[in-house]
Design a protein around this ligand. Structure first.
Ligand SMILES: [Zn+2]
Length: 163
């Protein structure tokens, strides 16, 4: 499973190991920048929960759900649970920008600027899928950037907010 973070309709927030690894520094430690990046990522997910985005993001895509049921037919190991949810989930641009506003508010409450969150999004864009058993197209469809679209616009907006 690639780097991802998501909010389920019941209020559960999931941050994958790969996402946490992206926040670690060269010595595999979580430094202040890494903590701030994760705080931004989690603050964004809390925004999705508080604004009840998850339900809308999932129910709006019955076609995708039907497609993934077909596609996952040959992948029984990954058919259950999380990957299926991830491929069905895509937030709208408006939802992304709203959740970013919440992330910025959380960062500011902790004395941090939104730059660190923009840096984290850029790191996600640079990150390549690892070499494990899932086919690349499937990992790509489950990545943070596909469930949380419009990354370039989000980064630009966060950088502008920081000034
Ligand atoms: Zn999002």
């Amino acid at each position: 499973m690639g780097a991802n973070a998501l909010a389920l309709p019941d209020g559960t927030i999931i941050v994958t190991d790969a996402m946490v690894r992206l926040a670690l520094d060269d010595d595999n430690e979580l430094d202040d920048n890494g903590k701030a990046a994760l705080l931004g990522v989690i603050g964004h997910e809390v925004g999705h929960i508080e604004r009840r985005h998850a339900t809308r993001a999932m129910t709006g895509s019955s076609l995708t759900a039907a497609m993934s049921a077909t596609l996952f037919g040959d992948f029984s190991a990954v058919a259950a649970g999380l990957p299926a949810v991830l491929t069905q989930m895509r937030y709208s641009r408006a939802m992304e920008l709203e959740a970013d506003d919440d992330a910025v508010a959380v960062l500011r409450r902790n004395g941090l600027e939104p730059d660190v969150f923009a840096d984290a999004l850029e790191a996600l864009e640079r990150a390549r899928p690892g070499e494990d058993k899932l086919p690349r197209w499937l990992k790509k469809s489950m990545s943070y950037l596909s469930t949380h679209p419009d990354t370039a616009e989000r980064i630009a907006r966060l950088r502008k907010t920081a000034r």
